[in-house]
Design a protein around this ligand. Sequence first.
Ligand code: AMP
Ligand code: MG
Length: 185
Amino acid sequence: MKTIIVGVPGGGKTTVLEKAKKKLPNYETIKFGTKMLETAKKQRIAENRDQIRKLSPEKIKELQRKTMKKIKQKENLLVDTHLAVETPKGIVPGMPKWAIEKTNLDRIILIEGEPEEIKKRRKKDKTRKRDDFQLPPKQHQEINRYYAATVSTITSSPIQIIKNKPNKAEEAAEKLVKTIKNNEK
Ligand code: AMP
Ligand code: MG
């Protein structure tokens, strides 16, 4: 089973997935952004993960292509990635059609946070540079759903939405584990 775990920056996707991973020993997790950054650093076009979305849509596409090539397409794969990437030139797809076709993906899990909480978290997190988004989190989460619907239609994959409520990341992680295990049946 190949699953993409998606959500807006600061929505808690990585936190929830890190917690859930401990209970999913048979699954391999890939952070798409980390793989993209490795390539971007080699090319000296970005030094940190928040610079990737400032690149041109063409450059982002090239990084996506190189990253897709690096990912070994195994079963039981959980990919931490993005569906709607806000760039200065507009929103670009995190999973373009050609990428979807290479993945054979069969599950889409959206992690959604509370907009006000997301804004606070972005400001507080000093390890990231996430205070320059034009899209309000509420709208970005809506747009993610549109992109999720597109991916779902192309792949016939079900979408599941998990709410990451303030201070309840553990609960969201439990739900994620249950959802993934339930999908095995
Ligand atoms: P993250 O650590 O998940 O926030 O990922 C770091 C950065 O990588 C994000 O801010 C995006 O700019 C970029 N990124 C991650 N996944 C994708 C993707 N599928 N397509 C394009 N950019 C991506
Ligand atoms: Mg993350």
